[in-house]
Write a protein that binds this ligand. Structure first.
Ligand code: DX5
Ligand code: ZN
Length: 224
């Protein structure tokens, strides 16, 4: 029996970019809550993916909220265009700007919800002063930049820490975890306080997506 909602944000990075429209439909039909869109700039992380133009073109293809995870240096430069293109949530990396507080303000000013993401090497206490304004904190559970990597178990402690701070201070941010998430670790993440799971490889590997999300929920809630 669940006392807290667990939400899913399948990442299009786990699918085939040449079939982005179909992948977005697949995500919509799976019963997921968001579509996770990984923006990479080739600097903050080595790989390049897409930006505002792709997001704008994909926007009419689904009603799901676009959960845009920005792995780019100086994200302040692209926040207005990402919001204008249809991002509902914009999450930027703590490590990618000297002005993270201003970035979160800028996201709000542009009409989206604001998240801050932390890499595996960044301690959770680094974002303490942002928790009063952040709508989301994204804990990377792999090194950002690629799908299909192995989950780093020690990241679970960061989620517990953030969940505790949230409870003690009455904050309302949601905790997202991202990277290497599947049936083997969803339970520990959920018990630690994760609200949203970004899932790429495990989601796209499953032949029955609806069944997979059901199984993930059951596993999180300790029913199997
Ligand atoms: C990695 C991305 C993730 C990625 C997750 O840098 O931020 O969102 O798509 O993919 P998996 O689930 O394959 O680790
Ligand atoms: Zn991501």
């Amino acid at each position: 029996m669940s006392v807290r909602n667990l939400l899913f944000s399948p990442s299009i990075l786990g699918g085939n970019f040449s079939k982005a429209k179909e992948e977005a439909e697949t995500i919509s039909q799976s019963g997921a809550d968001y579509i996770h869109l990984d923006v990479m700039d080739g600097h903050f992380v080595p790989e390049l993916t897409f930006g505002a133009k792709f997001i704008r073109d994909l926007r009419p293809e689904t009603d799901l909220v676009f959960d845009v995870h920005v792995m780019a240096e100086k994200p302040e430069n692209m926040i207005p265009s990402l919001c204008d293109a249809g991002a509902g949530i914009v999450t930027v990396h703590y490590e990618a700007t000297e002005h993270i507080y201003r970035c979160l303000d800028l996201i709000h000013e542009n009409g989206a919800e604001a998240g801050v993401a932390i890499c595996p090497g960044t301690p959770a206490y680094a974002v303490t002063s942002l928790l009063e304004i952040a709508d989301y904190v994204l804990v990377m559970t792999v090194n950002p930049g690629w799908g299909g990597q192995r989950f780093i178990p020690s990241m679970i402690e960061k989620i517990e820490y953030l969940d505790k701070l949230r409870e003690e201070n009455g904050y309302s941010f949601r905790i997202q975890a991202d990277g290497g998430i599947g049936l083997d670790n969803i339970g520990s993440l959920y018990r630690a306080g994760m609200d949203i799971a970004a899932i790429g490889t495990s989601f796209f590997r499953a032949s029955d997506k609806v069944g997979f999300l059901d199984e993930m929920l059951e596993s999180a809630e300790g029913r199997n």
